[in-house]
Design a binder for this molecule. Structure first.
Ligand code: ZN
Ligand code: ZN
Length: 138
């Protein structure tokens, strides 16, 4: 066999046929349907390489698919940005808590009280005279 076999669609775009079977059957490079030997158009009526496909319809579908991809991509990156921001926020909060704990330890302050306080903005560093202060709470 000489030269590359191609399958052309209504818009004039072509793809090479790369998958061949016994007897000259081949897989349509546009839709994946099996086609009999030597046909110029795809047997699948929904395929862009089918005789039913018009250039207008193919272009409209190509545009729709491109739009869908763009929208999908936009959504995906928005979700990613949101997740990254959330992650950063959690990491910052965890780091802040670690600094508060370090301060509390320096001052010999109670971690239970610190945890109960608005430790992000108004950390409460309390020292209890009795170490079992919270154990006797109701
Ligand atoms: Zn096809
Ligand atoms: Zn306490």
């Amino acid at each position: 066999m000489t030269g590359e076999q191609i399958m052309t669609i209504a818009t004039g775009e072509a793809r090479p046929i790369t998958t061949w079977f016994a007897g000259g059957w081949f897989t349509c490079p546009w839709c994946g349907a099996a086609n009999p030997p030597k046909v110029q158009h795809c047997d699948n009526p929904a395929c862009w390489a089918s005789t039913y496909a018009t250039a207008d319809r193919v272009r409209a579908e190509q545009e729709r698919i491109a739009r869908q991809h763009a929208e999908h991509e936009q959504r995906r990156s928005a979700v990613e940005a949101h997740t990254a921001a959330q992650q950063r926020c959690q990491e910052e909060r965890a780091a802040l808590w670690q600094r508060r704990v370090a301060t509390a330890n320096e001052r010999g302050a109670c971690l239970t009280c610190l945890r109960r306080s608005r430790w992000e903005t108004q950390p409460l560093y309390r020292r209890h005279r009795r170490p079992d202060f919270h154990d006797t709470e109701p």
